[in-house]
Design a protein around this ligand. Sequence first.
Ligand code: DC
Length: 221
Amino acid sequence: MANVICVDGPAASGKSTVSKAVAEKLGYLYVDSGALYRIMTWLALEAGVDTGKPESIADFARDVDVAFVVKGCRVAYEVGGVEPGDRIRTPEINRHVSPVSAVPEVRERVTGWLRDMRRLGDLIVEGRDIGSVVYPDSPWRFYLDADPEERARRRLVEDVAKGFADQGAKEQVKASLLNRDKIDSSRKAAPLVVPPGATRIDTTAMTIADVVDFIVSAVQP
Ligand code: DC
């Protein structure tokens, strides 16, 4: 059975950057579970589904079709033969993704996909419920965290680079992060929690390389 490393934590805690680097070091496949919730949200919005109505989202989620393709050290997602890219990372998607991902039928669908991916090889999967719900039996479960101020700083740098925000938007970015944390932590279905038995890493004062080394040494002592 393939190995799975689980990396959970709030938005902008460093999960993606760290998980991609660990995947390259260990020759594992990087899996971005948040992107699947973003794709669901994007397709629902494109189809005109009212994201304020959980039952409409649930109906829509049953028919969504995503293809999984191994590309280098990651599992890529294709919709109609193409990767959605930054279309799933806009502020509009950020606003709608938490309510969409709170719908149990959406979570069931995505959890099924994430469990199936194990047949592709050893995985490092990042998200909110990977060590608590998707792969609770994995011996390698990590929870990354950082101060909200530091997380807002990191997310602003990314958003400015993508042209989604300007330098002065830090307070807005922080408010959006905190709002998402609140919805993700308080929802009924698979809320964001530190999974019991997981290793919590506070990355506020750590470099990416420090965190990567910590995880790699834990997995391959
Ligand atoms: O990691 P991200 O910002 O791309 O995640 C987008 C949203 O998806 C996040 O607000 C909560 C949801 N999500 C989730 O509920 N469970 C996961 N395993 C991953 C993401």
